[in-house]
Design a protein. Sequence first.
Length: 192
Amino acid sequence: MSERINIGNNAFILPEPQTILGTMLDGRPNFMAMAWVTRVNYDPCIMAMAVNKKHASHRAILETGQYSINLPSVDMVAETDYAGLASGNRTDKSGLFEVHFGELENAPLIRACPLAMEFRLKEQFHMTNDTLFIGELVAAWTEERFLTDGHVDVEKARPFTLTMPDNRYWAVGVQVGRAWHEGKALRKSPTD
Ligand SMILES: Cc1cc2nc3c(=O)[nH]c(=O)nc-3n(C[C@H](O)[C@H](O)[C@H](O)COP(=O)(O)O)c2cc1C
């Protein structure tokens, strides 16, 4: 058997979903690359995300209590990365993407993203560097061309992912199975 190695603080869940956080900063849209995000409740749809306290987006969320989470496609890698390099504290990023608004006035939705979701802030937990923001989905916006059977289709939306700490972007690869299905072959009885 191979020796197991402790990699300490270099631990990440691989890969991470790559999104763009949208906020209204001093009345203008601001965008931030964001990978530390996940759904944490089924109904209603609640998502959690970690945002560093120094980021302009952090202040914008606290001031408005609203934000958007946008899923970019592989042809938006450069714009997404730029939103993760430049800070709204020094740079006006409002022209980076065309936006539209849904139900909320402080959740700018990126029109070019196959999926754009608007949230109302529910809870916040402050940690050492980051705040865990927990928000409830108000509405999710897409287009017919990204759907299959009414659901956003990965092959049509073409999202991308991030690996850290090597800091590389990856397209989503080949399908390797069906969830809640492949494990059935290992059942010892029908009720197992
Ligand atoms: C690929 C990538 C992913 C990132 N993910 C996060 C994240 O999940 N949370 C976070 O606080 N910062 C994250 N960042 C850093 C911010 O996007 C970056 O510091 C940005 O400039 C902050 O912008 P703002 O000051 O306008 O809010 C990420 C950066 C990159 C390049």
